[in-house]
Ligand binder design. Structure first.
Ligand SMILES: Cc1cc2nc3c(=O)[nH]c(=O)nc-3n(C[C@H](O)[C@H](O)[C@H](O)COP(=O)(O)OP(=O)(O)OC[C@H]3O[C@@H](n4cnc5c(N)ncnc54)[C@H](O)[C@@H]3O)c2cc1C
Length: 614
């Protein structure tokens, strides 16, 4: 067995197995304990839940809070808002379910010590916008993690989950998961009666704007490696809206957020010549999407579209007008604190580029695409809805259960529900946790059966890259290029290039078409073939290798979905050059896919969109 001859196998049995201890995973762990006092609840995380996931650095605002106690908004209002922003297509049952519970989550967060700013005049939470409330959120994640730690029977940090296990006796039922400890190399076999996947979205599947020394500087966390999608896809769970990738307008080079600037500081944008430009693109956009351009607020993708058009017309760069707002010392402080609480890198970039926003209007740019189910887009698994609210067609079992028995999800994992953000993801974790406990209790003593043959075969596969490297490195004397293995960084760069050039990344100005997508799929298939030659020099590289596997499978899914939807539903996120217009007659629907791991084939279908809220 070579280098890792003394590697242990650790067996863990759980009633509820939560994969990923970010916002949704902590919510799922916390709530599972509330309903399942006597159950064994295990949370598995590849980093350390104390500072993991997209909220690791902290946040400055909670972006999803109704304020029902003060009559500010009702859950139906939030459904209308998300539906509008997603150009008509959201799972209204799931969105409503989160919105009706999210306030109680925020109240708990405050009770646990999260400082939420108050409006001194009204005593209510300080609003940044209609849905956002402002927080002193540097320690947001440790506060949430503490609740999960106290609720869990065990938290396993530093375990990279690579595969889900299926029941050996019962078809289409999940039975657990496999992973390895990224510090010791120990192999972990988890058996779980119910599994809740909360493993975050996907960055670095498209070529990022920052390359070389700046490679890790992306908007979305570089450690969000698509496991939330790849794990369910591998076992045949249906996915939805995977084409609905997100592109964000952010401060250039540091990807600093713009929400507080627009909403609280009331800054606005101009082109390179100091002109207002959005109105200029009104007719052009209307020709593409009809009256969606007249909706309020203007859907996020359409605002991106105006920026892209203006820059392509040669009138860039787009700038945020900060010079006026920053004359007010209070606003200047808020502007800087906004970064210090969540994106310190932007403040550093400005300092290094001699940009003082009081005197210079900083540039904005659009990011490379990411895949996320909890922000302003809704890619993810197709899940069963709440019993009291979902249409019959959206219900086949327990709330938030995927199309695989016993497999649940929350946060970025679940599709069709945009605009959940941190509080909504935690809330959806709670919803999934409650449903998973009910599932476990209903099955009484039914233990999932795991096949030893299956996990031993997978163990060999999981660690193979270490062997490939150990043997192959003898063929070279120096450097990183070898005739017989591929390092994870090289595989990642190849993936990003394919996705960028063929599936609508930055280098094509987010443009693709059927011919490009077909070719992209061929190139992805070739990369997939080469994945058996991955070489990992250490456990860190082994983790990167399995992250690449997950990114690749999610990328295939994105490409198939983008090919299937023959329209441009979200200009500004991506364009199908061969179908440039929004087509409500044929495509006012969800796209669904199912991957068959035995044949490697993808099946695509449409599912209806039910409008439940008027
Ligand atoms: C840059 C940025 C800014 C944001 N700003 C705001 C904001 O201002 N306000 C707001 O409310 N929301 C904001 N959000 C949204 C919010 O962060 C997300 O909605 C939320 O974190 C999603 O929760 P999640 O649990 O699905 O994913 P995450 O919180 O990202 O958690 C995923 C977890 O899974 C773990 N994991 C991944 N793969 C594996 C694996 N294979 N094995 C084991 N563990 C794994 C990760 O390490 C991580 O801990 C922002 C998001 C981003 C990216």
């Amino acid at each position: 067995m070579g280098l890792f001859g003394r590697r242990k196998t650790v067996f863990v049995d759980a009633d509820i197995l939560v994969i990923g201890g970010g916002m949704a995973g902590c919510g799922a762990t916390y709530e599972s304990r509330y309903w399942g006092r006597d159950l064994k609840i295990v949370c598995v995380e590849k980093a350390n839940i104390e500072r993991s996931g997209a909220v690791a650095q902290g946040l400055y605002a909670i972006n999803c809070y109704m304020g029902m106690q003060w009559g500010e908004n009702q859950p139906e209002d939030h459904v209308r808002y998300a539906r509008n922003d997603l150009m008509g297509l959201v799972r209204e049952d799931l969105g409503y379910d989160i919105a009706r519970h999210v306030d109680s989550t925020v109240h708990k967060l405050e009770e646990w010590g999260l400082p939420i700013m108050r409006d001194p005049k009204t005593g209510r939470y300080q609003r940044e916008g209609k849905w956002q409330i402002m927080i002193h959120g540097e320690s947001y994640k440790p506060i949430v993690a503490e609740a999960a730690r106290k609720a869990a029977t065990e938290v396993y940090n530093r375990i990279m989950v690579t595969h889900l296990l299926m029941d050996a006796k019962q078809a289409n039922r999940v039975a657990g998961a496999l992973g390895f400890n990224v510090r010791t190399g120990d192999f972990h076999v988890f058996r779980g009666k119910a599994v809740i996947v909360c493993a975050g979205g996907a960055s670095h599947i498209f070529q990022p704007r920052s390359v070389g020394e700046g490679m890790g500087r992306t908007w979305y966390a570089p450690w969000s490696s698509a496991s939330a999608y790849a794990l369910p896809i591998q076992v045949g769970a249906k996915m939805t809206q995977m084409e609905n990738r997100i592109v964000l307008t952010r401060f250039k080079d540091g990807y600093g957020p713009v929400g507080a600037y627009f909403l609280h500081l009331k800054t606005y944008t101009q082109n390179g010549y100091g002109e207002e430009y959005e109105k200029r693109w009104y007719e052009d956009t209307k020709a593409l999407v009809g009256d969606y351009i007249d909706r309020h607020p203007v859907p996020t993708c359409l605002r991106n579209h105006a920026i892209l058009r203006e820059v392509a017309a040669g009138r860039g760069p787009i700038r945020m007008v900060t010079k006026e707002a920053f004359q007010d010392p209070h606003k200047e402080t808020v502007g800087w604190e906004n970064f210090l609480g969540m994106t310190i890198g932007q403040a550093v970039v400005w300092a290094s580029q001699n940009i003082d926003p009081k005197h210079i209007n900083p540039e904005l740019t659009t990011s490379e695409p990411y895949v996320m189910g909890s922000h302003a887009t809704c890619s993810g698994a197709w899940a069963s809805g709440p019993e009291d609210y979902a249409p019959a067609e959206y219900q086949w079992g327990y709330n938030r259960m995927m199309t695989v028995d016993g497999l649940f999800g929350a946060g970025d994992t679940i599709g069709g529900t945009a605009h959940k953000f941190s509080s909504g993801s935690f809330t959806e974790g709670r919803i999934a946790g409650k449903a998973a406990v009910k599932y476990v209790k209903d099955m009484k003593n039914g233990q999932p059966q795991v096949s030893e043959q299956e996990y031993r075969d997978l163990e060999k596969l999981i660690y193979q890259p270490l062997e490939n490297y150990r043997i192959g490195r003898n063929e070279i004397v120096a450097g990183t290029v070898s005739p017989s293995y591929l390092l994870p960084i090289h595989g990642l760069q190849r993936l990003e290039k394919i996705m960028d050039e063929y599936v609508g990344g930055i280098s094509t100005n987010y443009m693709t078409n059927g011919v490009l997508l077909e070719r992209g799929l061929e190139l992805l298939a070739m990369l997939k073939e080469d994945m058996s030659h991955m070489g990992a020099e250490d456990l860190h590289s082994l983790q990167r290798t399995w992250e690449l596997h997950h990114r690749l499978l999610a990328s295939e899914s994105v490409t198939h979905h983008t090919l299937f939807r023959e329209e441009t539903r979200w200009p500004g996120y991506y364009y199908r050059g061969d179908h440039m217009k929004l087509d409500d007659e044929n495509w006012h629907c969800f796209t669904l896919s199912r991957y068959d791991r035995n044949t490697g084939k993808w099946e695509m279908e449409k599912a209806p969109v039910y409008h439940i809220v008027d």
